[in-house]
Design a protein around this ligand. Structure first.
Ligand code: PGA
Length: 260
């Protein structure tokens, strides 16, 4: 695990965008696993700006999103489909048929989940999976005690996650309690992982993820077993790390070619 502590969310997001841009230079047809939530918003803005400046081309990129609410049609303003088009896809040049987001409105969820897993395989697997993290240590919507080898499936959200995410919903709308999420086993098969966490609200789950024991109680702790996982934090999210100074010195001492 490589822990990179940046001064603020802005510089963390710029670094994440550089990492993705470097991947696309090496592999223009890369498969990206994408995430929603507040955390990646600045990263998406940065990627859009890079695209507008002609520094990055998404025309051969394929994407798979992590999760979606069950029961929300794609055009619902709180759906992750809507989020992704508003905040990223409609501003860049990824062909629509190369974009994959779980469909929360399907009737046969198990069949959909199997097909989603197959589509990832058919695309050659995910090269880079972007992740946020929940206060309870979830990745995707894999809540605590999710099987660490789980695949794409339906899950029930915990109370804390419902509270954290209800800001995306209008007051009269009820936040769905069920979601479709890529599994932890699915995420772990990605070639590389880029997890972003900003703010003191994430400090506890980050300390558990990076320095705590590997446990299904903190699903993100599975990333300790991933050979290419980068964890980009701002100073606030790093406040509970006992080895923060070591991670900082290690990163600062790297030559530029190793930093991205
Ligand atoms: P956030 O959500 O980016 O809105 O904090 C992260 C997550 O729940 O994975």
């Amino acid at each position: 695990m490589e822990v990179i502590i940046q001064p603020d969310p802005g510089s963390g997001s710029v670094l994440a965008a550089q990492i993705i841009s470097n991947l696309l230079k090496r592999k223009p047809n890369a498969v990206l696993g994408l995430a929603t939530g507040n955390t990646p918003l600045r990263l998406y803005k940065e990627l859009i700006d890079m695209y507008k400046r002609g520094e990055i081309d998404f025309s051969r990129v394929t994407t798979f999103n992590l999760d979606e609410y069950v029961g929300l049609p794609c055009d619902h303003p709180a759906s992750y489909n809507y989020f992704m088009y508003e905040n990223f896809f409609k501003h860049v040049n990824i062909p629509k048929n190369q974009i994959h987001i779980p469909d929360g409105a399907v009737e046969d969820i198990p069949a959909f989940c199997l097909a989603y897993e197959q589509a990832i395989k058919d695309a050659g697997g995910i090269d880079l999976q972007l992740l946020g993290i929940g206060r309870d240590g979830h990745i995707g919507f894999n809540e605590p005690v999710s099987s660490l080898s789980s695949r794409t499936r339906i899950k029930t959200l915990m109370e804390q996650t419902l509270k954290d995410n209800e800001t995306f919903f209008e007051r009269e709308d009820h936040i769905p309690h069920h979601v479709i999420t890529m599994g932890i086993g699915t995420v772990m098969e990605s070639g590389s992982i880029l997890l972003l966490a900003f703010g003191t609200g994430k400090a506890h789950s980050i300390a558990q993820t990076v320095e705590g024991p590997l446990t299904a109680m903190v699903p993100a702790s599975i990333l300790q077993l991933h050979p290419h996982a980068k964890i980009i934090l701002d100073k606030d999210a790093a406040t509970h790390l006992s080895r923060a100074a070591y991670y900082q010195t290690t990163y600062d001492g790297k030559p530029d070619w190793q930093k991205f």
